[in-house]
Design a protein around this ligand. Structure first.
Ligand code: PMP
Length: 301
């Protein structure tokens, strides 16, 4: 991550180093906040409207009322990128409960909203994109759907991902894969998962996962390329015998998986369908495929 000059903070542009908050902020103590992760490529913000729609849905689920309209946040995001002279970056909107009451009930504490934007390269590394990553089934389960709300990017939810990610890295893997409460494959710590067998793609139903916007892109790309794709539950051993596996996410983009639990997936190299989806996705975000231009939001005043 590379620091940018400006951060949008409660409707003001402030210098990065001045974008601070009180240590008694409710969100800091209890994770009461919601966030988004968006990328801009080559001067266009990718699926910005969909990300901000999800931001507002997250806030609805979490009961955190964002004191700005979606239009306002979208236009301030563009302005922030212009002010920071950023064309290729990661964008992090966050709404969190501020200081005041420190009881569990956030009461009438102010809701703070910030938008940060900064240069951030490939999430899992260049080698991950070309050669694939090594995953490990986590000893942590994906959070249970009646304890945490998986459709919402609530800050506190992410301790589940943090624990799983740390465990996987500590054990020498690149990323963790979490199973749901019933033992079916759920998702990565910040990515949805797809498996391919006999030319057909399968991905987890939305029940226990975050409904990824990149996941939605994968459906469109597969359909437009006449590749069969469906949502279906699958088990850990289906992963081991899949021909190909890949992950999707705004940060991770399309990342091939070359190993799960020390078992080589397919040939151990990114397979043809993974490579096709990866290439198409990259062309789309870079504006090289006009059929998908309605997903691009050019940065403008
Ligand atoms: N699952 C989780 C838990 C995530 O945090 C993310 C990243 N937002 C995703 C999946 C992928 O979602 P998207 O494609 O919208 O970035």
């Amino acid at each position: 991550m590379k620091e940018a000059k400006w951060i949008w903070n409660n409707n003001k542009f402030v210098l990065w180093k001045n974008a601070t908050t009180h240590v008694m902020s409710h969100g800091l103590h209890y994770g009461t906040g919601v966030f988004e992760g968006i990328r801009a490529y080559n001067g266009s913000i990718f699926r910005m409207e969909d990300h901000y729609k999800r931001f507002f849905n997250s806030s609805k689920v979490a009961g955190i009322k964002i004191p700005f309209s979606r239009n306002k946040l979208e236009s301030c995001t563009s302005q922030l990128l212009l002010k920071n002279k950023l064309k290729d970056c990661y964008i992090r909107p966050l709404a969190f409960v501020g200081d005041g009451s420190i009881g569990i009930n956030p009461a009438s504490n102010k809701i703070n909203v910030i938008i940060a934007a900064f240069e951030w390269g490939t999430y899992l590394g260049e080698k991950a994109m070309s050669k694939g990553i090594k995953m490990k089934i986590s000893s942590f389960k994906r959070m249970s759907v009646n304890s945490f709300m998986t459709k919402s990017k609530i800050c506190g939810n992410y301790i589940n991902s943090v624990l799983a990610k740390k465990e996987a890295l500590d054990q020498g893997y690149d990323e963790a894969l979490l199973l749901d409460d019933n033992g079916y494959v759920s998702e990565g710590t910040g990515e949805n998962i797809f498996i391919i067998k006999n030319g057909k793609i399968k991905t987890t139903p939305v029940t226990s996962i975050l409904e990824g916007i990149t996941r939605d892109c994968v459906f469109r790309i597969a359909e437009d390329n006449n590749i069969s794709i469906k949502e279906s539950k699958f088990t850990r051993d289906e992963l081991y015998i899949a021909d190909e596996i890949f992950l999707s996410g705004t940060a991770a983009e399309i990342t091939p998986v070359r190993e799960v639990d020390n078992r080589k997936i397919g040939t151990g190299k990114p397979g043809p369908i993974t490579k096709l989806i990866q290439k198409e996705y990259s062309n789309i975000v870079l504006g090289k495929n006009p059929n998908y231009n309605n997903w691009l939001h050019p940065i403008s005043n």
